[in-house]
Write a protein that binds this ligand. Structure first.
Ligand code: HEM
Length: 536
């Protein structure tokens, strides 16, 4: 005879199973979230925008709401266009929404084990743990000297060749990553690693951005003549190069470690640690290689685009630039460059960095998540396997959270009464739940430093490139004394100096303020960068 406790347990289990079946059936009967009218066979395929899908989704969300359903060749896609919906599903229910859809192109070019594209599971969690510690909030402080050194190189490069600003900013973001990851210092634009990262970006751009079609489960089944079959060449071109890019730098670190010349780095740390634990195998070496490559993939282009976006924002919003420069002048003065110790005293510059990130999120649809099991949300059914996209642009431009969201207004993030006290949309910028960007603390420091120093040293370089220099100075490139005293020839006009040596232009400096008074300008060429001071 079974005891009463066992009977109760069996009855409870049966009830739970029946309840589960019943609620599953009931959930299955729920309607799908709203969306534009679909074709009976192709679903929304023909409506799918090939360019800037986030803009189209943003427009659709005004009609269909913040939880929108699309069907792409039978694949369910959910678009979340509000902070509430994205937080409810991707943060609060992240046990179900931390998976990724398959990325067939990426898998074929060699990114099978790239953490950002891995399904949520044991292997992903292992890699995320290995990735996490060196980039947590406290640990990233160790990288500040690298960021400062590269910010100085950025200023010098902009000074020498302002027209190549984009390349200089790319070098800044890539060089930080290369030194942290492989202990490799980028010393020139011809650096082998920097060239590799340029070629990598070119390949991505040449091939075009993978579209929503590429994340479809059906991608593998598409014939090569199918519109958009450019991927065939893309895979051919990219795979061997990527292989080299993934393997080579780690092989170099291992050689240097054997020779005792390796600089401390993410790779050397993990190899040492694995060896110490007796776990250094081909398999774990592969993990380290893929993680190291992931740091560049996740961290370089995003930071580069953030800084370039800042330049665009300054060209469009000179008042915000002037206000940030006034704050820098007041706190830092003009005799040195800002550094991390000034950060807390520069609230407007901090808000300006945040507003740059909000105004045009670098990843406007984030990275897709995937619902593992069927779910119910606000009375709608979310099918198992649905791709879930958070529309960062719609969230960052939500008029219920941000006043005049289309306008660039750093002060929105300043606490009242100085500003509107609005909350920075972390999710829209850095993602959600267990998949939130693990490089966000490093990224935040890199973006802040580059922006603060560019503001301190230059005044919209790209707008002033065409201004003819009004004074030509002859200075050696590296000044023998740290200070060179220069008298301005025409103080009323905009200041642009060309440094020449033996008649050949070496560099041109544009001083960071627009209306100098009459007097002398002291141009300091410091080991740590360039700055200039007005002497009344
Ligand atoms: C301003 C710069 C950056 C922005 C805007 C940014 C943004 C993002 C976003 C939106 C995601 C997707 C999160 C999600 O799935 O919900 C992501 C993922 C990721 N980011 Fe960043 N990121 C930046 C810099 C970095 C840096 C510097 C690193 C490396 C040090 C990095 C490494 C990664 C990795 C590894 C992932 C994948 C995480 C996962 O799937 O678990 N990112 N990032």
């Amino acid at each position: 005879m079974p005891g009463p406790l066992l009977l109760v347990a069996v009855a409870a289990a049966a009830a739970a199973v029946l309840c589960g079946l019943w609620s599953k059936r009931q959930r299955h009967a729920l309607p799908l979230p709203p969306g534009p009218p679909a074709d009976p066979f192709l679903g929304h395929l023909r409506l799918m925008p090939s360019h800037n899908p986030h803009e189209t989704f943003f427009e659709w969300s005004k009609q269909y709401g913040d939880v929108m359903y699309l069907d792409v060749l039978g694949k369910p896609v959910l678009i979340l266009s509000s902070e509430d919906a994205a937080t409810d599903l991707l943060d609060k229910r992240s046990a179900n929404y931390s998976d990724r859809p398959r990325f067939p192109i990426y898998q074929r070019i060699g990114w099978r084990d790239i953490m950002a594209f891995l399904p949520y599971g044991t292997y992903y969690r292992k890699l995320r743990k290995m990735f996490g510690v060196p980039f947590d909030r406290a640990q990233v402080a160790a990288y500040k000297p690298i960021q400062e050194q590269e910010a100085n190189a950025l200023l010098m490069n902009v000074l020498r060749d302002p027209a190549a600003l984009d390349t200089h900013v790319h070098r800044y973001s890539a060089a930080i990553i290369f030194e942290i990851t492989y202990g490799h210092r980028v010393r020139s634009h011809d650096d082998e690693y920097f060239r590799m990262s340029e070629q990598f970006i070119r390949l991505l751009l040449d091939a075009g951005r993978p579209s929503l079609l590429d994340i479809s489960e059906h991608f593998d089944k598409l014939p090569s003549w199918f519109p958009g079959a450019w991927y065939q060449r893309y895979i051919q071109d990219t795979a061997p190069f990527l292989h080299h890019m993934i393997d080579h730098p780690v092989a170099v670190v291992q050689k240097e470690m054997a020779a005792g010349t390796a600089q401390p780095s993410f790779v050397s740390h993990h190899i040492d640690e694995l060896a110490r634990q007796g776990k250094l195998t081909d398999e774990t070496r592969h993990d380290v290689r893929m993680l190291a490559h992931q740091i560049l993939g996740g961290g370089s282009e995003t930071t580069w685009h953030t800084v370039m976006l800042f330049v665009a924002c300054m060209l469009l919003n000179p008042d915000a630039q002037a206000r940030a420069q006034a704050e820098l002048d007041g706190v830092v003065g003009r005799g040195r460059l800002p550094d991390f110790t000034d950060r807390a005293a520069l609230p407007y510059v901090g808000a300006l960095v945040q507003e740059t990130m909000r105004w045009n999120p670098v990843l406007p649809l984030g990275v897709p998540h995937r619902a593992v099991a069927e779910d119910e949300y606000r009375g709608w059914r979310v099918p198992a396997g649905a791709t879930v996209l958070a529309n960062a642009k719609a969230i960052a431009w939500d008029a219920r959270r941000f006043h005049e969201p289309h306008r660039f207004k750093p002060e929105r993030f300043l606490p009242a009464p100085a500003g509107a006290g609005e909350a920075f949309p972390v999710g829209a910028v850095f993602g959600w739940g267990r998949r939130i960007c693990p490089g966000r603390f490093l990224a935040d420091n890199s973006a802040w430093l580059a922006i603060a120093r560019l503001l301190a040293a230059f005044d919209s370089p790209s707008t002033r490139l065409d201004s003819p220099p009004i004074a030509t100075l002859t200075l050696p490139l590296i000044c023998p004394s740290p200070q060179s005293r220069v008298v301005m020839e025409n103080p009323q006009t905009y200041v642009a100096y060309r440094f020449e040596k033996s008649g050949a232009p070496l560099a041109r400096v544009e001083l960071p303020w627009a209306d100098p008074q009459e007097g002398e300008v002291v141009v300091k060429v410091l080991a740590s960068g360039v700055c200039a001071t007005m002497v009344p």
